[in-house]
Design a protein around this ligand. Structure first.
Ligand SMILES: [Zn+2]
Length: 94
């Protein structure tokens, strides 16, 4: 059960692009956004994303029920979505 990270933890991909609107910055490290856009995310949201990502990554390695893992990944996706939506909202208003 070690496919979780590669398949669903998309920040862990070897190559992806920043999810902010019109940003095509390629990211090769397991970070959510390029540095300028990540800096636009409020600290509290950054903490939620980082904490939920770590939690999901940790649970992926532990012998727990799939429901716990699914919930952890869901928490991460919610936190990530909030951060991306925030940045895109800011960009739309500038
Ligand atoms: Zn970006």
């Amino acid at each position: 059960m070690h496919g979780l990270r590669g398949r669903e933890m998309t920040t862990g991909g070897s190559h992806h692009v920043c999810p902010a609107n019109e940003c095509q910055q390629g990211l090769t490290r397991p970070i959510l956004m390029c540095r300028p856009h990540w800096r636009m995310v409020p600290k509290v949201m950054q903490r939620d994303v980082t904490r939920s990502w770590r939690n999901a990554a940790r649970l992926a390695k532990e012998p727990m029920g799939d429901s716990d893992r699914v919930q952890a990944v869901r928490d991460y996706l919610v936190a990530r979505r909030a951060a991306v939506d925030f940045v895109n909202g800011r960009l739309a208003h500038d």
